[in-house]
Write a protein that binds this ligand. Structure first.
Ligand SMILES: [Zn+2]
Length: 74
């Protein structure tokens, strides 16, 4: 999900995962420094969602491909 800079409204080009790993970031456009406080319950939900995705990939790895292995389809 694209996230705009709260100051200049231009796209930051980062997502929730990036902000969880880098809670203090500088806008590349207007140089504003922002601190994103991602609540612990949101972090847990995101971690659970990514684990769920990995579990699904593992379960169907023999019969499906997932984005980064498109060449397998040909
Ligand atoms: Zn900005």
């Amino acid at each position: 999900m694209p996230l705009p800079c709260p100051a200049c409204k231009q796209q930051l080009g980062v997502d929730l995962l990036f902000l969880m790993q880098h809670p203090v970031a500088q806008c590349p456009h207007c140089k504003s420094v922002m601190e994103f406080d991602v609540p612990d319950d949101v972090k847990k939900q995101v971690a659970a969602a990514f684990k769920n995705i990995e579990d699904i990939k593992a379960e169907y790895k023999d019969i499906a491909t997932f984005g980064d292995h498109k060449s397998k389809l040909i």
